[in-house]
Design a protein around this ligand. Structure first.
Ligand SMILES: *Cc1c(COP(=O)(O)O)cnc(C)c1O
Length: 365
């Protein structure tokens, strides 16, 4: 990469490996099915689309800076206090606010072995040191996390269920983590996939009544609004107060706010997306297991398919790509023998199951 002799980024910035997004596939006319970024194959609620398009009539108007309408809608649906909610341009922005606010030079940001890439990037962008706790069988290990804590640990990020493993640990285990962290550490529970788990509150209940636990959520996954960039966080007064000092006043777009409100209020549509996802996830994981490609029980809208070795996984990725199916190589997560496959619609699931079966029976790109 190119550098300038005098205009120099802060220490550590150039050590960051940039985020690699799920591939979109070849441009042009080729029809591809994108199963690489955990997007909702059914798209957002039609009501959210209409709300978004309606905002085209007043694009010159700045959005509200307090996000009150969206915070109230979230509070109502989840039974939370709206003053303990903060909205961001995706939950990625909330993750960045947390790192900027709580972690700097000499501080440690802890997360699990196969934790979401943005924890490391945001920690390093803030000048802090990322620290990894090993998982056990691709599942967060609470004892390993506790053992990795030091006097310098400021933030502990844990996605539950986790991306890219799809696995989940119990509420009791998370409570044990919260209760045994060093006193200067804030536990951040990333609930990006919480809506895919029936009757799961994303650990909102653990945030209530504690001063050291925070929850992040997103409209990018089950709500199908990844392109609109809306996420939120829920936590104690002292954290919300600090994050709001870092947040820019107009960080969420007007159309994004309106679309998110419509999406969260369309509970019927969300329930349908949850049911379809479970149905096709269970079908796909069973089909792949039958042809020798196992995966851990997933609680999310993707499965982490295990191919036994790196070479087979890469060859299968190439075979799928040749046939218009884009999945996610997860080498950067230390899972080179796996491919992460988003649960598509029925057509997408049948297509990927069929192609993986062909590949396992000897077909090659
Ligand atoms: C997708 C994802 C997010 C968030 O994405 P945004 O689009 O920025 O809200 C956060 N955490 C995990 C674990 C994710 O997989």
């Amino acid at each position: 990469m190119s550098t300038h002799p005098d205009i120099i980024p802060q220490a550590g910035i150039l050590d960051i490996s940039p985020y690699t997004a799920g591939k979109s596939g070849p441009g042009g006319g080729n029809r591809v099915t994108k199963l690489s970024s955990n997007e909702n194959p059914l798209g957002p609620s039609p009501l959210a689309k209409t709300a978004y398009m309606d905002m085209a009539a007043c694009l010159e108007i700045y959005p509200p800076s307090d996000h009150a309408d969206l915070r109230n809608a979230i509070a109502e649906v989840h039974g939370l206090n709206s003053k303990n909610i903060i909205c961001g341009a995706g939950s990625d922005e909330i993750i960045a606010f947390l790192c900027q606010t709580y972690a700097g030079q000499g501080d440690e940001v802890l997360y699990t072995e196969h934790g979401f890439a943005m924890y490391r990037i945001s920690a390093m962008a803030a000048g802090a040191t990322p620290v990894i706790a090993l998982e056990s069988n691709r599942t967060a290990d609470i004892d390993a996390l506790l053992a990795a804590c030091t006097d310098a640990t400021k933030l502990v990020f844990l996605a539950n269920p986790n991306n890219p493993t799809g696995t989940m640990v119990s509420d009791a285990e998370i409570a044990r983590l919260a209760e045994n962290l060093p006193k200067q550490a804030l536990l951040v529970l990333d609930g990006a996939y919480a809506e895919y788990v029936p009757s799961f509150d994303g650990h909102a209940g653990l945030v209530k009544g504690r001063k050291n636990v925070f929850m992040t959520r997103t409209f990018s996954k089950i709500y199908g609004l990844g392109g609109a960039r809306v996420g939120w966080g829920y936590g104690p007064d002292h954290v919300i107060g600090a994050l709001n000092r870092v947040r820019g006043p107009f960080n969420v777009s007007a159309a994004g706010l309106k679309a998110a409100i419509a999406a969260i209020n369309d509970k019927q549509y969300t329930a349908k997306c949850q049911q379809e996802n479970i149905k096709w996830r269970e079908w796909l994981s069973a089909e792949l297991a039958l042809v020798g490609v196992p995966s851990d029980p997933s609680q999310t809208n993707f499965i982490l398919a295990r191919f036994g070795d790196d070479k087979t996984a890469l060859e299968c990725d190439a075979y799928l790509a040749k046939n218009g199916l884009i999945v996610r190589v997860v080498t950067s997560y230390g899972l080179a023998e796996c491919l992460r496959i988003t649960i598509g619609d029925e057509i997408g699931c049948r297509a990927v199951a069929g192609r993986v079966a062909e590949f396992m029976k000897g077909a090659r790109a």
